[in-house]
Design a protein around this ligand. Structure first.
Ligand code: TXA
Ligand code: MG
Length: 330
């Protein structure tokens, strides 16, 4: 065997090992588990975006004190159009930059098969088609959209090697796919699109100039645009009806959302399971709104683990605003 043969042999072995790892990762994701995966920007902590409990687990592992919306990773335009409304302007950007480090925030289709927790109740969804070959192979193998924030504990910097992920999340992840160090090392550029304007929501390696060159339109500054910026993302879904927290029993005119021993009209989790409660939170708030009751009450949820994010969300939903006793906080 000459050197070329040896190299080819080794490449085939590596490729074989990789495809087995990707098959395993796909199985884990389909079963509702969590996989850390390399992208060209940073490592992501991925879950099947269609499974509410799997997405809730992302928040539990990251220790996020809030439910921030999460980017949905897809293979490309064909997969994205099942989830979001793609305007002509969005198409220009997709043609120019996908697959690659550009995330688009677009109107979510009403029947998009993604868990409420992915959008944190917003009616927009962030979609991105990563360019990294391991991420792409995994997306094709799973054949489902993958919700994936950066694979770090909340408040820490994003990981750019598999070792960073191991140090940070270790045993809490079912599998870490090692694709070597990330090429870009900086999170994707995020652009919000509404009508025929775009707003740079997070700067990244694709710059405002790149965006303008591809579309002929300059991205708007934050103050000059109607699109929600990450700093304003507290304005997630808030119920239309007033909300009372820490309710141990129902008062007249109320619809009670229970937890644990407090049964209520519906329960976030009868067994006091916080992952299940996070999974049900947004859907139950909507159901309460539609119930016909004048007011909504929610049972106490313990202030630990995922309960911290659940209570943060509930406090925002209950906060007075513009003379309303519940509403969107800003
Ligand atoms: O490069 C990246 O984008 C990496 C890799 C893993 O793809 N992911 C990443 O995700 O940085 P994360 O969760 O750490 O940051 C996502 C950002 C958050 O600031 C979130 O608020 C914003 O995207 N975002 C997600 N959905 C949104 C939406 N519907 N509207 C506005 N902002 C959104
Ligand atoms: Mg992050």
């Amino acid at each position: 065997m000459d050197d070329a043969d040896v190299r080819q042999n080794r490449n085939e072995r590596v490729q074989g090992t990789l495809s087995r790892a990707i098959e395993r990762a796909a199985d884990i994701l389909r079963a509702g588990g969590l996989v850390a995966l390399p992208t060209e920007t940073v490592y992501g902590l991925a879950a099947d975006a269609t499974q509410p409990e799997a997405v809730a687990r992302i928040f539990a592992v990251k220790g996020r004190p809030q439910f921030n919306p999460v980017i949905c990773h897809v293979t490309g335009r064909n997969a994205a159009e099942k989830l979001v409304d793609i305007s002509p302007l969005a198409d220009l950007l997709i043609d120019a930059f996908w697959p690659g480090p550009l995330t688009l925030v677009l109107p979510k289709l009403p029947d998009a098969p993604v868990a409420d927790l992915v959008t944190a109740g917003l009616d927009t969804l962030a979609v991105r088609a990563p360019a990294h070959s391991v991420a792409r192979q995994l997306l094709y193998a799973v054949d489902r959209p993958l919700a994936a924030p950066s694979a770090n504990k909340s408040g820490h910097v994003s990981p750019t090697t598999a070792d960073h992920v191991r140090q940070e999340l270790g045993d809490e992840v079912d599998l870490i796919l090692d694709g070597g160090p990330c090429g870009i090392g900086l999170e994707s550029t995020i652009v919000g699109i509404a009508d025929n304007e775009m707003q740079l929501l997070r700067p990244g390696s694709i710059t405002a100039e790149d965006l303008e060159e591809a579309t002929g339109i300059a991205p708007k500054s934050r103050n000059d645009s109607s699109i929600t910026a990450p700093g304003q993302l507290e304005s997630h879904y808030a119920p239309d009806h007033p909300l009372r927290l820490n309710a141990k029993r129902k008062q007249a005119g109320e619809f009670l959302i229970g937890f644990g021993k407090v049964a209520g009209d519906i329960s976030l989790s009868k067994s006091s399971n916080l992952v299940e409660a996070a999974t049900n939170l947004f859907a139950h708030l909507r159901a309460a709104d539609r119930s016909g009751a004048e007011r909504i009450a929610v049972a106490p949820v313990p202030e630990r683990g995922l309960g911290i994010a659940i209570n943060d969300r509930l406090r925002r939903a209950a906060a007075p605003r513009n003379g309303r006793s519940s509403g969107r906080t800003s």
